[in-house]
Design a protein. Structure first.
Length: 351
């Protein structure tokens, strides 16, 4: 059991890009967690909507998130915000009120304003680097802005992470977020990766949670929507590879951790809800998901695996996705993005 008087310090990082409605609901749920020793960092990837203004209104207590998952409270409003401009980030020092951990963190927010969209990988890297330099936490937690969390989720993640020195990554049980009611339909319960096809397999996806996925277990990867990583592992293997921009970067990170001797572990008692669905992927997302599949294979596969995964892709997977986007959904933008991602990815693989 954790020592409630000496809990490890956690830097919680939430990345926003044109999604203030999601972000303020996510923040409201985080401020309600029962874990006391954390610093909350919101990084904005140069949003072009009203994100900066709306998040500011939320922090001042002037805007309430709309949610059936989390009840709003004004007891921690106004939230004290330290704004950090990207161009000043290296020389920024934390204000005294942000230095000490404890219950006051429920009223604090470090707000990094990036100068452009660095993607999921780059945007999180900026916030992680800042956290490591200015806070030096025991753990970093990456949390998608389109999630809401159970109030005990972080305690449960830390409880698992503290069980072994070589547990490097820990991820929660993830349910789908459904606006009308609280869902118990699984979105993710740990991830496996076929080493011959390099096809990722999220466990439990679309299944009603009947207790089958209640066992803590070692997995191949943890989803980036909620990922806890130890400080010493970041120091050893570095940050996300920014070449991914978005998609596959967390799987690559977990595999780099494995090569360094660390495990990724699924923690079923930690629970969050995630709004993302594969069927909702944009054309741009499909491009990066396909291209980065080849990038991952290039970086992590041996010669035989490159051959087997390429045969699988062009002998089966390519036609399944093409049939889906071109004939079932009849989406020309997604079809072009899929073909472009395949072309660009193949160039990477053959380079």
């Amino acid at each position: 059991m954790l020592d409630k008087n000496n809990d490890p310090t956690v830097a919680i990082i939430v990345l926003n890009w044109n999604g203030w409605e999601n972000s303020i609901e996510c923040l409201e749920s985080v401020y309600k967690i029962d874990y006391p020793n954390y610093h909350l960092i919101l990084a904005d990837n140069a949003s072009s909507d009203e994100s900066i203004e709306k998040i500011g209104e939320y922090c001042r207590g002037e805007l309430k998130p709309v949610s059936n998952y989390v009840s709003y409270t004004d007891q921690n409003k106004p939230i004290m915000v330290q704004e950090i401009d990207y161009n000043e980030i290296e020389k920024t020092e934390l204000k005294e009120i942000f230095v000490n951990s404890g219950s006051n963190q429920r009223k604090n927010l470090l707000f990094i304003k990036n100068d452009k969209n660095y993607g999921f990988a780059g945007g999180n890297n900026i916030a992680i680097r800042f956290a490591m330099q200015k806070i030096n936490p025991d753990y970093v937690l990456l949390l998608n802005n389109d999630t809401v969390v159970d109030n005990k989720f972080l305690y449960e993640l830390i409880e698992v992470a503290e069980k072994g020195e070589k547990i490097g990554f820990v991820g929660p049980k993830i349910y789908y977020y459904t606006p009308d009611k609280i869902s118990n339909i699984l979105n993710f319960a740990g991830g496996e990766l076929n080493k011959n096809t390099f096809q990722p397999h999220p466990l439990g996806v679309d299944q009603l949670d009947n207790g089958r996925f209640d066992l803590e277990k070692k997995v191949d990867y943890v989803e980036g929507s909620c990922l806890l990583i130890k400080n010493e592992l970041i120091n050893e293997i570095g940050l996300f590879d920014p070449e991914y921009f978005t998609y596959w970067e967390e799987i690559d990170w977990c595999f780099r951790g494995q090569k360094a001797g660390y495990e990724s572990v699924y923690a079923p008692k930690a629970i969050i809800w995630h709004k993302g669905r594969a069927s909702d992927l944009s054309a741009n997302s499909i491009y990066y998901m396909i291209k980065n599949r080849f990038l991952f294979v290039k970086k992590n596969a041996q010669t035989v695996q490159i051959l087997s995964s390429t045969l699988y892709y062009f002998g089966y997977y390519f036609w399944i996705i093409l049939f889906s986007v071109a004939l079932i959904h009849k989406d020309e933008n997604k079809r072009r993005s899929f073909l472009k991602g395949t072309y660009e990815g193949l160039k990477i693989l053959l380079s």
